[in-house]
Design a protein around this ligand. Structure first.
Ligand SMILES: C[S@@+](CC[C@H](N)C(=O)[O-])C[C@H]1O[C@@H](n2cnc3c(N)ncnc32)[C@H](O)[C@@H]1O
Length: 266
């Protein structure tokens, strides 16, 4: 396929790549969550996921950070681990072309509904971010929002192999001089930025030391109408500890820090 054509969806794999029984310590609710906690959400609760993240980044810092890193006008953007469309919904009005890839059908179904509401037309591809079905150099900007970090927990023993596959694929899909952008959590429900777990800290350090990504941090607070709405929208994902903290602090505005890791493609 030439750089000018639209990527086609690959054959759909029904087998999830992660082992379903491993317990991981992935998100900042301080509770151990099973792998299938997140796979269950991405397989069956995409609507609830979208209702939650629609309240995130109340100050619009994500778009501002991307625009500063890589002005989008005239650019081709590939968003991997795209979920229900958070980044395409933000970027499509500015970029020349956006293509979104995710592994889970329910996320893509919700993504399609959100795309329709936004009158968007970007292609959705069901696929694995470790094997991107796109030609080398297709994208000017490759984004991965809050997705790669899952592989740190799902593949505790060989996470560098799996995350390395994604990073190599991001580099391959990007045009020379293009921009690679990764977003990951620096903790939800905290007033200071920090990796929520030692495991994620190791992954973030690896991105910086071994892969040459540069990190910046900014707030992506959620804004809810009230404290109970904050709990209702977030507990299914982050667990009861965060719910308790929200109530304790009376947080209708739930503080969150996000990291953006940036690298130019060779
Ligand atoms: C926390 S959600 C982030 C979704 C979206 N980027 C956002 O910002 O809301 C993580 C996403 O990664 C996707 N994902 C997990 N493993 C994947 C893989 N191997 N390939 C592609 N997507 C994957 C999940 O289906 C889910 O949609």
């Amino acid at each position: 396929m030439s750089r000018g054509s639209t990527p086609r969806p690959p054959a759909i794999s029904t087998k999830h790549p992660a082992r379903l029984t491993r317990r991981v310590f992935l998100f900042p609710s301080l509770e151990r969550r099973t792998v299938d906690h997140f796979i269950n959400i991405y397989s069956h609760l995409a609507r609830e996921y979208h209702d939650m993240i629609a309240m995130e980044d109340a100050d619009g810092n994500v778009l501002a950070a991307i625009e500063q890193a890589a002005p989008l006008r005239g650019k081709r953007v590939l968003d991997i681990g795209s979920g229900t469309g958070r980044l395409p919904l933000l970027l499509a009005p500015y970029a020349a072309q956006v293509v979104a890839l995710d592994l889970h059908r329910d996320m893509l179904t919700q993504h399609a509904a959100q795309r329709k509401r936004a009158r968007g037309t970007w292609p959705l591809v069901q696929g694995d971010m470790r094997r991107l079905p796109f030609p080398a150099g297709w994208a000017d900007v490759v984004t991965a929002g809050w997705a790669i970090g899952h592989l740190r927990g799902w593949y505790a023993d060989d996470w560098k192999t799996h995350i390395g596959m994604v990073l190599n694929e991001m580099q391959r899909a990007a045009a020379p001089g293009g921009t690679l952008i990764i977003f990951e959590t620096l903790t939800t429900g905290s007033l200071t930025p920090a990796p929520p777990t030692e495991e994620l800290a190791a992954y973030y350090a690896w991105l910086e030391m071994d892969w040459g990504f540069a990190r910046q941090a900014f707030r992506t607070d959620y804004q809810f109408a009230g404290v109970e709405e904050a709990v209702a929208h977030t507990e299914f994902f982050f667990g009861p500890e965060l719910a308790a903290k929200i109530r304790e602090n009376g947080w209708a505005r739930l503080p969150e820090w996000t990291g953006m890791w940036l690298k130019r493609a060779a």
